[in-house]
Design a binder for this molecule. Structure first.
Ligand code: NAD
Length: 262
């Protein structure tokens, strides 16, 4: 894969999990990074770690992606620091609580939609014009297997991730003429803090048992690793990704192809 030297990349949800893993992967390849997260403490830790380890330029912006003004601000800060934007990992998202569709708490429902759908949309709204000005670029939105399949007890999550898949296709159609390639990834269960929390909800007494049970149902008999996702995202953000556009790419060990037990 080509170097990311002099490539200005924005990553949302960069403090932990999939965002952190991709930030580290791109830092190793020399990218100029704008890291965005609403967890100030963890974000600062990540920014310092990557600057110290890889001697790269890092800007960190504490922002909630569901607030339009905050999105404008992180885009402006990236532009101010690196004078351009080449790539955008539109990753920040939450799962919400797990509950039957009819009983789902409406405040949580709206929060999931605000972050996962509106947050991704605001990102596209303010980054796309910068990529046009740049003469092209790459966007990776984060959907989920829940963006291509139903997932029990996660109605707003599934609704928001299907919306991410839809917005990806539209961005690809509307902005391909500017040499902007927009794709989405659809991860299965990748062991991050978000997924660890989900296993606690499934089995509060023994989350590790819930994890083992889940892994057993995957064709590979294991969960995915954040670094495996980072490597796919890095390809989609690189100049090597030159004609893949509007795709929703599952990275789930093949699980979304399964009908019944493997
Ligand atoms: P995580 O909870 O481990 O990390 C998410 C990061 O995003 C955290 O640092 C959090 O502080 C930040 N964040 C959340 N809401 C934010 C907001 N409103 N504004 C700014 N920052 C915010 O989660 P993860 O597993 O790394 O998930 C990252 C993305 O991948 C999410 O969109 C998630 O839906 C998606 N995803 C994850 C998995 C998985 O198995 N881990 C599977 C499918 C999809």
């Amino acid at each position: 894969m080509k170097t990311f030297k002099n490539k200005s990349i924005i990553i949302t949800g960069a403090a932990m999990g999939l965002g952190y893993a991709t930030a580290k992967f791109l830092a190793e390849k020399g990218a100029d990074l704008t890291l965005v997260d609403f967890n100030k403490e963890k974000l600062e830790e990540t920014a310092k770690e990557l600057k110290d380890a890889f001697s790269i330029r890092v800007v960190s912006v504490v922002a909630d992606v569901s607030k339009e003004e905050s999105v404008k601000e992180y885009v402006a800060k990236a532009k101010e620091a690196f004078s351009k934007i080449d790539g955008f990992y539109n990753n920040a998202g939450i799962e919400g609580r797990q509950a039957d569709m009819v009983d789902y708490d409406l405040d949580v429902f709206k929060k999931v939609i605000d972050i996962n759908l509106m947050g991704v949309y605001y990102g596209l709204r303010y980054v796309l014009p910068e990529l046009v000005a740049n003469g092209g670029g790459r966007i990776v939105n984060v959907a989920s297997v829940g963006g291509i399949r139903g997932v029990l007890n996660q109605t707003p999550y599934v609704a928001s991730k299907h919306a991410v898949a839809g917005m990806t296709k539209n961005a690809a159609l509307e902005y391909g003429k500017h040499q902007i390639f927009t794709n989405a990834i659809a991860p299965g269960a990748i062991l991050t803090p978000m997924v660890a929390e989900a296993f606690k909800q499934v089995n509060p007494d023994d989350p590790k048992a819930a994890e083992a049970d889940y892994a057993q149902r995957n064709p590979t008999r294991r969960l995915g690793k954040p670094e495996e996702v980072a490597s796919l995202v890095a390809y989609l953000l690189s100049d090597d990704c030159n004609y893949v556009n509007g795709q929703v790419i599952a990275i789930d060990g093949g699980e979304s192809n399964m009908y019944g037990n493997a």
